[in-house]
Design a protein around this ligand. Structure first.
Ligand SMILES: [Zn+2]
Length: 403
């Protein structure tokens, strides 16, 4: 977890992620691929792709992924400068922007003797699952990347009209867990915000910049709530607006943001002058303007922090849930404002993951690899028990020979 990369035949690299930490963690070992396919723009899948540019591989991704990778790349560079650890430099990032091939969904392309096709994965704007065919070995492989099989306000559900594969590599983030009904979730979320405003408090909604910020603004707009929006979610919106065919309803997205009030560091002070809803980054409270707002409302029991997703271990958001305190300005402070958590996940849940595996197994998949999740081993075991195929949960750096 946290640094996805799959190397095939020593030549083709699917994703090359980074785990952000005090010392950023890379996928294992040095790699010099001929071809790199990036499934989507989350750091854990694409964070160190710029590092690969020194060996001049052919890199493919959707146009939206390329745009979003640039924003995240600039942010990684900025953080690296502050911390004194630069994982790549400006030239690497510019080379990636200049030389990456922009690939639409459902269009076959060829590179280094392999055939590829990207499919809409429904996870974040521009996210893809990757189909790959080796002409030499006549083997088909399908890698889900991060995938969501349910419509959200922002995105269409993943394309499930998929080709047959001999090898399936599937994410397993939510194996063993199901999501609540989305309408019911929205209803509870909106009711809680209205109750907070009625009580004279502020509702602070921490969100990831990519996908979640836009989704939450659309949810609020649909329920007649006008939020303030602060942080990197706004620059992400500008990039997405250049490629509206990648979202479910471009007009609805644009309309929702017309109604929102944008905040910059200059007018931030005015935001909390009356009961307000603030949608802001970072989603797990590790930096960003969200800490400014929490600092202001932390002692106000009428105010509320509404977390919009899973909080990974070691993050400030997790600490808030477990200890009712967060790291702020170099110390640990108690938070008296209320804290709630809502599962607006962008991943397939247990039932969807099982459906996806069944779909591939019924059409003759021979090997399934379960990756990217705390429960990958249990998922692999469930597959072995229920289907006539081999299944593995690979360890970091482990190799497999398919014959
Ligand atoms: Zn992701």
């Amino acid at each position: 977890m946290g640094r996805s990369a799959i190397l095939i035949d020593g030549k083709v690299l699917l994703d090359y992620g980074m785990k952000p930490a005090d010392v950023p963690e890379f996928p294992v070992g040095d790699v010099f691929p001929e071809v790199v396919i990036v499934s989507h723009a989350h750091l854990d899948h694409s964070g160190v792709v710029p590092n690969l540019m020194r060996s001049s591989p052919s890199v493919y991704m959707t146009p939206v992924t390329r745009e979003l990778l640039y924003i995240l790349g600039k942010d990684t560079l900025k953080l690296g400068m502050q911390q004194g650890i630069c994982v790549f430099d400006e030239k690497d990032l510019n080379d990636l922007m200049n030389y990456a091939f922009m690939t639409p969904y459902r269009e076959r392309f060829w590179s280094s003797g392999y055939e590829f096709e990207l499919y809409d994965a429904g996870h974040i704007p521009g996210s893809s699952s990757i189909y790959m065919h080796s002409e030499r070995d006549d083997i088909n492989l399908f890698y889900t990347g991060d995938i969501k099989l349910e419509d959200t306000r922002l995105l269409r559900k993943a394309d499930t009209n998929l080709p047959e594969a001999d090898v399936l590599i599937i994410e397993s983030t939510y194996f063993g867990k199901n999501h609540p009904d989305r309408r019911e979730l929205e209803r509870r979320f909106v009711a809680s915000i209205e109750e907070t405003l009625d009580a004279g408090g502020h509702a602070i909604v921490p969100c990831f910049a990519i996908g979640r910020t836009q989704e939450i603004v659309m949810v609020l707009h649909a329920h007649g709530i006008t939020p303030y929006v602060d942080g990197m979610g706004l620059s992400v919106l500008r990039k997405i607006k250049k490629h509206l065919s990648f979202v479910r309803d471009g007009n609805a997205l644009v309309e929702a943001f017309k109604d929102a009030r944008f905040v910059t560091s200059k007018n931030r002070k005015k935001v909390l002058s009356e009961p307000s809803v603030v949608v802001t980054t970072a989603g797990m409270l590790n930096g960003g303007p969200v800490l400014y707002y929490i600092n202001k409302i932390k002692d106000d029991p009428r105010s509320k922090i509404l977390l919009t997703g899973y909080q990974i271990e070691g993050t400030n958001g997790r600490r808030l849930l477990e200890e009712g305190a967060i790291e702020l300005n170099g110390g640990v402070v108690k938070v008296r404002a209320k804290v709630e958590q809502y599962d607006f996940s962008a991943h397939a849940d247990d039932a969807d993951l099982k459906t996806l595996v069944e779909m591939f197994c019924e059409r003759g998949v021979e090997y399934v690899f379960t990756v990217h999740g705390e429960n990958a081993a249990a998922f692999a075991e469930w597959i072995r028990e229920n289907f006539d195929c081999e299944s593995f949960a690979p360890n970091l750096g482990e190799s497999f020979v398919i014959e």
